[in-house]
Design a protein around this ligand. Structure first.
Ligand SMILES: Cc1cc2nc3c(=O)[nH]c(=O)nc-3n(C[C@H](O)[C@H](O)[C@H](O)COP(=O)(O)OP(=O)(O)OC[C@H]3O[C@@H](n4cnc5c(N)ncnc54)[C@H](O)[C@@H]3O)c2cc1C
Ligand code: FES
Length: 272
């Protein structure tokens, strides 16, 4: 089942903030009243958000944000790592204030109906991108195991990731060394030797992407990666978001993360 068709036509819309709240030490969630957009959104797609606070302060260019929460009857949600002017302006928004959104954009994740188990490997705010996959998989009867990597237990956001999906979360941390790639590799090999998943998914770390790419080739598993790139238009026109991807003949081509991505085949994507 294709969970993320290229989503045109799209239009700029102004929607209302329902909730805006900090999550842990450096993250923030915002929920928007946008029922039609939320119902149309698919895991792995993103919105281009105008990052202006209630007083109109914020950068000129929009910022891409993965869809963290979506679905019929659900608010449209985003989980932000507050790191620069744009995310800081979004984090200053309060319930009742307005935000301009463009989306849903890009190609999202694909889940095959024949799959029974998938494994997700996420680092930091990459879990926001992968979170809606847990609910989509649960709805299709696909079991989810997730290795979530974070600096410390207080940064993990396991609840924000799994919600009520029943995904089995295995946390690893910088603080105790368990997130070291060699130890994550040992953990993954243990899981794959025990019961090989039908597919693997990742977002949020170049090192973990390379590790999962290597292991998925070795174990013969399908895989998908959600890539990030700084964006201008978000609509496929400016080409500032290209990343190098292997084509079917083994050559390397430049594809736009905003339009041909952000989700790519794990073996086709090249490290950054
Ligand atoms: C498809 C997509 C989905 C994303 N989803 C999320 C999300 O769900 N939550 C979230 O918090 N962030 C997400 N991001 C990243 C987010 O768009 C950027 O971090 C954004 O630039 C932050 O804006 P800012 O003004 O706060 O920081 P900026 O001032 O723009 O950037 C702060 C620092 O981060 C660097 N940076 C900015 N964008 C990127 C990037 N794409 N890749 C690597 N480094 C970058 C800048 O060079 C700078 O050093 C996503 C990006 C893409 C492309
Ligand atoms: S951001 Fe302009 S083409 Fe992708």
């Amino acid at each position: 089942m294709d969970l993320g068709p290229a989503a045109f036509p799209v239009a700029e819309q102004t929607v209302t903030v329902i909730e805006s709240a900090p999550v842990g030490r450096r993250y923030h969630r915002i929920l928007l009243d946008a029922p039609e957009l939320s119902a149309r959104s698919r895991p792995g797609q993103f919105f281009h958000l105008l990052c202006r606070d209630g007083a109109g302060n914020g950068p000129y260019l929009r910022r891409p944000m993965s869809i963290w929460r979506c679905g019929a009857g659900q608010p449209l949600g985003f989980l932000l790592h507050v790191k620069g002017k744009g995310t800081a302006a979004l984090a200053r928004l309060r319930a009742g204030e307005a935000v301009s959104v463009v989306g849903p954009l890009g190609r999202g994740f694909t889940l095959e109906p024949s799959w029974r188990r998938i494994l997700i490997l996420a680092r930091g705010v990459g879990l926001a991108t992968l979170a809606p996959l847990t609910g989509a998989a649960a709805a299709m009867g696909i079991a989810v195991e997730a290795v979530l990597s974070a600096r410390a237990p207080q940064d993990l956001m396991a609840e924000e990731f799994a919600g009520t999906s029943g995904a089995q979360v295995m946390p690893v941390f910088d603080a105790d060394g368990s997130s070291d790639p060699a130890r994550v590799e040992a953990l993954l090999r243990e899981r794959f030797d025990d019961a090989r998943p039908d597919a693997v998914f990742t977002c949020g770390s170049n090192r973990l992407f390379l590790l999962l790419q290597r292991l998925s080739a070795e174990y013969g598993m399908a895989g998908q990666v959600a890539l990030e790139q700084q964006m201008g238009c978000g609509l496929g026109m400016c080409f500032c978001c290209v990343r190098q991807i292997r084509d079917a003949e083994g050559g390397v081509i430049n594809l736009r993360v905003c339009t041909e991505g952000p989700v790519f085949d794990l073996q086709a994507a090249l490290a950054w």
